[in-house]
Unconditional design. Structure first.
Ligand code: F6P
Length: 530
């Protein structure tokens, strides 16, 4: 079957299943869809993984029988896996659509790969948030982390993927996720030359000059890894263009780049560079919103808010999300507009995140202090202007997204931001979304939300006031538009587009097509590394 014949709007999971009947879909990501933990009574329960990748991928895999490989994070992950044949855990447990396999890593290796390289360097690099005055410092500790952690875990992922593909003997479609796995494709390609490999980056991708802050050799490894794929995907055109430019201006590899057609050639192999914004499954979300637990959270929230207007933030405790500037803006809003005192409440429904890193622990403390300070400055016996909850609780967030009058999404930089999309479809009050123009989602929700510069707290304070004072007709028009935009692109479409791109890449591979002439002159060879 040709995937091109399927229209994203009308294609069904059944048709995709038919297409996949002789193929094996393998997803690989650092964090899996769930994490198993022991709760009261000693029972082991699954808890949903945090972040946009999990939101989109879990529902995109409907009826695929895919195998999703991710790192075991708890002892209970390992114990659960051992209870299933071939350690493949059916997911979701109550209505299996795909299988989860855990990769077990050494504790030290995982720390070096996840905390030292991925989250302390690559994450900030991708968000233009390196602290150039002092952090990072590529010292021997970092080089050890790269060699003994990042490289090693990427290789382990590749081993596990190759093992799975060989065991099943079907044609593999491999989907690697995010900055944790930039090197994985190189190791797979050398052992499975025919495999179709797709990599998707869930964060922004920076411009060539910024990428150059990474040590030259590691930059080369990353590009080599990415270009071992048949297709690399990004959320937005801008990130895809940045990637193409990084290839075009590469001082470490000889590359032919066709920017117009989104193609890069390395050693005669072609890689397509594509952009398709990740999304959500609004139907699945609506079903979740019907759960009785969500209703209980809504009641609790309404009781706390009373008649007051509700501002809301739903985020991981994460520096890129810009939570402190959001609070500063709210303080300014309350200072400059005393007429709103007692009439608003700002819910912060946050998730603990990456607590092994001191920046994240400090941020959590600073948020708590800022919240107390605002509540001390403006609060009364009946009113706390900010309500803060830091807890892993998705159903509570859904309740909040149904109830907000104003949703604040002001990241300094964000690959996409699925909270804005979830808010657009779940909200029941024609609520208004304030969005940072540096979030990928702004490209889609432009004209359906209020834009803000993430650094400009005065502008955000004014945006809060504008949203709160907006008339019903305008609110209705904006929120309807936002909902329509989100509903027109589901996470299933997002996944279908990736499969199509792979199919196209396979055809080109068959023809041996490579762009004839490089549009840029060959670059000088870099001779100082290795
Ligand atoms: O969306 C970007 C991302 O890094 C995902 O890869 C990840 O699942 C999510 O954020 C949460 O981060 P972490 O897995 O480090 O908690």
């Amino acid at each position: 079957m040709e995937l091109d014949q399927l229209k994203p709007e009308t294609a069904t999971p059944r048709q995709v299943r038919q297409y996949l009947r002789d193929k094996l879909v393998v997803i690989a990501s650092n964090r899996g869809p769930v994490e198993f933990r022991r709760v009261e009574n000693g029972i082991i329960k699954p808890f949903r993984g945090a972040g946009g990748l999990v939101s989109a991928m879990s529902t995109a895999l409907t009826a695929t029988d895919a195998v999703w490989i991710s790192v075991a994070r708890t002892r209970e992950d390992v114990i659960t896996a051992l209870a299933y044949p071939k350690r493949r855990i059916p997911m979701p447990l109550e209505n299996p659509q795909y299988f989860l396999r855990f990769l077990v890593t050494d504790k030290r290796e995982f720390h070096l790969y996840y905390n030292v390289v991925s989250n302390s360097v690559l994450w900030y690099l991708n968000h233009y948030m390196l602290d150039l005055t002092g952090n990072p410092c590529f010292d021997d500790e970092f080089h050890t982390a790269w060699k003994e952690g990042y490289r090693k875990v990427n290789r382990l992922f590749a081993d596990e993927i190759v093992k799975e593909v060989r065991a099943q003997g079907k044609k593999p479609l491999i989907f690697l996720q995010d900055y944790h796995l930039y090197l994985c494709a190189s190791h797979i390609r050398s052992r499975l030359p025919e495999a179709l490999i797709h990599h998707f980056t869930h964060s922004p991708w920076v411009e060539p000059d910024y990428l150059k802050f990474l040590p030259t050799g590691y930059r080369r490894e990353i590009l080599e890894g990415m270009l071992s794929c048949d297709v690399v995907g990004f959320h937005t055109r801008q990130y895809a263009e940045n990637f193409l430019r990084c290839c075009e201006e590469s001082d470490v590899l000889h590359l032919k780049v066709d920017s117009k057609r989104g193609m890069v050639v390395r050693d005669g192999r072609l890689t397509f560079v594509r952009h398709y914004p990740i999304s959500i499954d609004h139907e699945a979300l609506e079903k979740l919103a019907m759960r009785p637990e969500v209703e209980l959270h809504r009641k609790r929230l309404r009781k706390i808010a009373g008649e007051r207007k509700i501002l809301l933030r739903v985020d991981r405790v994460e520096p890129t999300k810009n939570i402190l500037r959001g609070l500063k803006a709210y303080r300014l809003f309350l200072r400059h507009h005393p007429e709103w005192h007692e009439k608003v409440i700002f819910f912060h429904f946050l998730y603990p995140s990456r607590q092994e890193l001191h920046e994240y622990r400090n941020l959590r403390r600073e948020i708590e202090e800022e919240v107390h300070s605002i509540n001390r400055e403006f609060g009364t016996l009946e009113w706390d202007p900010v309500y803060l909850e830091i807890e892993d609780n998705y159903l509570r967030s859904i309740a909040g997204l149904m109830e907000f009058d104003v949703l604040v999404v002001n990241p300094v930089m964000d690959g996409m931001n699925l909270v804005a999309k979830e808010g657009a479809v779940l909200n029941r009050k024609n609520g208004i979304i304030i969005i940072s123009t540096r979030a990928g989602v702004w490209g889609e929700l432009k004209g359906a939300a209020i834009p803000v510069n993430p650094l400009d707290v005065m502008e955000l304070a004014e945006a809060m006031r504008t949203a709160l004072r907006m008339g019903e007709r305008r609110k209705k028009a904006l929120s309807r538009k936002a909902r329509q935009v989100v509903e027109s692109n589901t996470s299933f479409n997002w996944f279908l587009q990736q499969m199509r791109a792979l199919q196209r890449a396979e055809k080109e591979r068959g023809k041996g097509t490579v762009p004839e002439e490089p549009p840029v002159p060959p670059l000088p060879r870099y001779e100082h590394f290795d």
